[in-house]
Design a protein around this ligand. Sequence first.
Ligand code: FRU
Length: 488
Amino acid sequence: MSKKLHAQNIQKATLAVRETSRLVNPRFRQKYHFMAPAGWLNDPNGLIQFGGQYHLFYQHNPYGSSWGPMHWGHAVSRDLVHWEHLPVALAPSEDYESGHGGCFSGSAVEKDGRLTLLYTGASTVGGEERQVQCLAQSTDGVVFEKYAGNPVLKRSGSRQSDFRDPKVWRHGNFWYMVIASQEQESGAALLYRSADLLHWRFISQLAGGSPQQGRMWECPDFFELGGTGVLLFSPVGFDNRKATYLTGRFDYDTGAFSAETLGETDWGFDFYAAQSFPDTQGRRIVIGWANGWDWMPWWNGFGPTQQDRWCGHMSLPREVTMCADGRLAFHPVSELQTLRTDAWRTESVTLHDSEPLALHAGDGIHFELLADFDLTASTSTQIRLLMRCSETEQTVLTCDLRQGELIFDRSASSPHDAGIKRCPLESAQQKKLRLHVFADTCSVEVFTDSGRTVLSSNLYPAAESTGIFLCADGGDAQLSCVETWGLA
Ligand code: FRU
């Protein structure tokens, strides 16, 4: 265990990011989504409020724009919207983080006034992967020291791989940890308990699936909302599902979780490894990596920004609420409203069949849009929102009112993009439809069905593709109100 080596590796990594950030090509840089200054970013880690600030750590390769030796990048914010970058928080320096691995995903808690990180030390030993759980602490929330007694938790038995992503929280007199594990070729979330964060006891298999439901449930995250247990997880190889949740009854005495509802945290192409945390306003906030490991035929890789010396951004922070039927709803945090400029609004418009209505929305690239339809006064079978349009490019969000489907089509978004995503649209059976859309340079996030349906995807249209239209097909649609804002 070398404190000095860790400090050196942190310095080297922080310097590398600073140097590379000068060379980053800005063409697709996001305006209001969190990104690393340069290099690769994946999962959000260690989300917490500490010392009066929100802390966001993230899986980070400071040395390239592809996945590589994993470090923890670090930033702080007072409003979840404006972030200040801090030095890299964790760099691989120990045997248990060597080889093709590093400091994998994990979480943060405050213990005895110290910001305490629990993460996975991932290493390759003799070609074999090992994953063990480790602890690091900081008094100032910036400089972290790894615990000399690491690892604090190892998988028992001979198999040391596929045991990662500890999410830790406090309940009563104990700390609890949920961790991703592969059990008989299937994904599972295991529950552990500890009195001191250093010694952990297995309590139960909180949840698990069949091999068809994913061979690994990465980044499990457990919390209670209004007395109901919630498990978020990211299954590897479960149909098209990437960001999934279970809700149901949880019993701390036995560690039993009777999951009753399965839902999607996000239906889009680009949302994965979501992590949540409670804030002092009593909210439960979720942030996801706005991308994912994907090997579907339409997959467009990690997009063109890898050539620009950066890759990866975070989703907008979302507040999670529990619905009466056990489903979750996700709402963009209200702080995002502080970004609004250039307000534009129009009311009571009838969209005539196949006659697109041109909208004004900021610069047509960075905008927020809120559109309300009165479906009782509409005869159309489809309502479409066309974004980032030019002669050659368009991105289409279709509300299929007959099939009850939301369809996101990025096959003509740009030469870099491909694929169509479909998911159920509950509002199609209701009186009103509301679309709430956030667009940034290379992403679109759609919230509808009162937050019960969310769809986030990346796209890389040309800077000239700024047209935006609403359109009704197969009849007229009654637009009660549309409001837009530029986002600065
Ligand atoms: C999820 C994940 C985690 C792992 C990390 C490594 O995206 O695969 O399971 O800890 O990324 O970067």
